[in-house]
Design a protein. Sequence first.
Length: 768
Amino acid sequence: MEFLNELNESQRKAVEYVDGASLVIAGAGSGKTRVLTYKIAYLLKKGIHPTSILALTFTNKAAREMKERIAQMVGERTARYLWMGTFHSVFSRILRAEAEKTGYSKNFSIYDSSDSNSLIKSIVKDLKIDEKTYKAGLVHSRISFAKNNLITPDAYRGNTDLLKADMYSKVPRIVDVYDIYTQRCKLADAMDFDDLLLQTNILFRNHPDVLQKYRNAFSYILVDEYQDTNFAQYLIVRKLSEQHERICVVGDDAQSIYSFRGANIDNILKFKNSYSNAQVFKLEQNYRSTQTIVNAANSLIDKNSEQIRKNVFSEKEKGNLIKLLSTFTDLEEGVVVADSINQLRRKQGYSYQNIAILYRTNSQSRVLEEALRKKAIPYRIYGGLSFYQRKEIKDVIAYCRLINNHNDEEAIKRIINVPARGIGDTTVGKLTECAQTHAVSIWDVLQDMLAYNLAVNAGTATKLAGFRKMISFFASQSDSLNAYELVMQIVKMTGIINDTYVDKSPEAMSRQENVQELLKAIHEFCEQRVTAGESANIGDFLSEVSLLTDQDNTDDANTEKVTMMTVHAAKGLEFKAVFIVGMEEDLFPSAYAFESERSLEEERRLFYVAITRAEEQCFISFSKSRFRNGKTTNSNPSRFIKDIDPQYLDAPEEKVQPSWLQRQDESFDFEFERKSFQHQSFSSSKVTKPVERQTAQKLIKIAAREQGTKQVVENKNLPVGAFVKHAVFGIGKVLETTIADGNEKAEIDFGEKGKKSLLLKFAKLELL
DNA sequence: GGAGCCCCGGTTTTT
DNA sequence: CCGGGGCTCC
């Protein structure tokens, strides 16, 4: 097996150990995926049958890429039989296969988060409890937490800790919502994402024979990104592997950034508690980044208390220092980043696709976009609304779901009046209520409206019957037509396709394109399945598409464009140059992270992930003010900057403060005082005074001193409506203030002297 | 039942 | 600033 020579010693050891449980701690850029793929190839070459290998990942993309690499090593004909996929897709397959033991049908629908939220919302409404207190997102995250910890509604009711916690949080009825939510999902023959794991656990618990079957089937189990597993996932893996303990988990505790989604870092930290004989392998050589970047990242993560200590090192060149970029406004930040990108291209020959801009929140992308656009720098933004979350796409999918599973409540509610066919909210409300009282699905009510005493007038009844017949007709076709042919019929007959042709507005055009795109995707899906000799009906399509996100949209990933994404989305990727922007208190770390040391440490890991994306150059920028939620707020450099050993940082020469910023301080005195009166604590030096030259150390000291000071000045702009006095124009009223190219401008009405647009850095205005 | 206005609230998000 | 949801008016 000469391919093992392509590995370094620790990688090779990790690959060759197959006799028992092992934990591979893989530092950033240390060849984690390589170890996994080689290990699978190694097992296959040792004669293990591909169907006995279960490899679990967190994204479809990771699974697909790994499968491709393995196919290259051992051949496609072998690789295709591997059980490789996301937790959710693998276990949804098993749940469908074992449907008669689960209480769900094999055609069960999968509710995505928005389906879950909308169902929760309707339940909260039904229970007549306050919708503001019981916000769908909040309730969903609690339900999700419960499910991830295998706490059923009954167990929840018996758990005094949870009940108390809910009482203190003033949401004591969460448990009722959870209970009803579970019933409604069941009635709709639908599982949400968390159910796929919960129900798998329940299946294994209630049916030891089934568990045993899969234990025997999977003689080797591998788990990628183990630091991101939750309890439900941990237990599935544990149950499947506890007899033979031929399990290998790979991950990096330093890159655990999904605890808000239920991931439990303890799973990796305490792996040895579950598998006491486990061998631990550490991959510590980083092949991605320069020494400076690796060392800087190490010095940062060293500040976390909860971690598995490791010594990540790089043998690449030392490389440039991490450059700190300090600006006064977020607009200026955009300009500086754009300029630096141009410089990287000119002086170092980087191309756009070598460069990424990473931020903490999606909303930061806007200003950056504008700055790049102004300098004609091409970019591509990842994240935001995914393809499958777009309305028109979800509508079409909802038709498919309803045809496949008539009881799917969220699907029927979604499309019963799309395109508009005169079945409004009132009617849907009646239908839902009627279904509730008889404990049946909405579809059941439609089947026999008279028997269920549905109180609608004759016209509405006709429309409902028409809808029901249409869905039944599609369903009757679903055996003879493949997914593509059926969806084609749907979009034509329902008028969805015509709906998108109503006008030539950009929105309508885009919807049209999206539907076409979907049709194309379904077409490809069908062709692939047919080539592989598999069926390609609507159910086959749905079971794939429900667990698909467009993270793996590779359409123009290799084009000449700068990548812009959140740090979360950047995990696993690498770029020659990385800009981490908005490194400010309350933004990164997020203001939400201050509740606990744990969440603060997670933010630090997030920053660690960001830095370690860089191969050669890393830039960290922060701004002294930022436009957020409609307001300009002042901000201080992130505490995390001072966590990095200053010897790896190149701090900026502080520019002389522009006069407009200084005078702004004065003009805002009254606003300043009002606020500081309200909040007792404030420091008078909100803005760093001009400094000729600041070393990294000094700057970091300032960061240290300023962090923790609550912001009191909210609006740096001249207040609209204020009266000002100008040396030449006299007294005027402020109509509007804007910031263009980092310069604050004000539109001021000077009465008979007319309206003037003035740059505040030049106009000597006195606030009256 | 549907279009247009007002008010509120606003992290991250592999499935 | 922005989108979503609730409300009003046709």
